[in-house]
Ligand binder design. Structure first.
Ligand code: GAR
Length: 201
């Protein structure tokens, strides 16, 4: 069974979507073995504990490189095979990307390449989409490489912007209609692919 770590920083609704998928059997090729939060007060930690999942808090370190080294050590301790970024607000150092090449997924709340990269996270992404005046936005699940939001796109789903939308209403619709569907689906697909690869070895 592929062991998955989910990295979070906030409310954890995407983590909840993964936990629900695991409970319903939609996520079956991998098992969420660890939830790592960059913030000690993230509600995502409560969601993980309620589901009986092991948790760890790894606050911002003195440098991204040091953070990456600590994270790799933690992931190795739990024998993690695959990592899912679910509202994780720090950019991973290349050392982590290299250690888990092709095995890290991220969900981003826009249609990449719009409104993405360093500085675009959470509500800021939706505010930027509304300020620009686009009529359609959405969410993207992609492989994490060394370029922020620059890795191979695995899935995207478009969501229409409605008259009177605020960053908050738009965020909620993008989560419900796109993120919570795409992330569990792509997590299962990648876990299945990794499981197949490990079998061969
Ligand atoms: C989600 O919309 C996620 O896509 C976004 O933060 C939110 C976290 O919500 N992530 C990024 O912006 C990363 N660049 P959650 O904690 O409820 O899942």
């Amino acid at each position: 069974m592929v062991k998955i770590a989910v990295l979070v920083s906030g409310g954890g609704t995407n983590l909840q979507a993964l936990l629900d998928a695991q409970r319903d059997g939609r996520l079956k090729s991998g098992k969420i073995a660890l939830v790592v939060s960059s913030k000690a007060d993230a509600y995502a930690l409560t969601r993980a504990r309620d589901a009986g999942i092991e948790t760890a808090v790894l606050p911002k370190a003195e440098s991204p490189e040091a953070y990456g080294m600590q994270l790799i050590e933690l992931l190795r301790l739990y024998q993690i095979d695959m990592v899912v970024l679910a509202g994780f607000m720090l950019i991973l150092h290349p050392n982590v990307v290299r250690a888990y090449a092709g095995r890290i997924l991220n969900v981003h709340p826009s249609l990449i390449p719009s409104f993405c990269g360093a500085g675009y996270y959470g509500l800021k992404v939706h505010r930027a989409a509304l300020d620009y005046g686009v009529k359609v936005t959405g969410a993207t699940v992609h492989i994490v490489n060394e370029i922020p939001d620059g890795g191979k796109i695995l899935a995207q789903k478009a969501v229409k912007i409605k008259k009177g939308d605020t960053p908050e209403t738009l965020q909620k619709r993008v989560m419900e209609k796109a993120e919570w569907k795409l992330l569990p689906q792509e997590t299962e697909k990648l876990a299945k692919k990794i499981a197949k690869k490990e079998k061969k070895h």
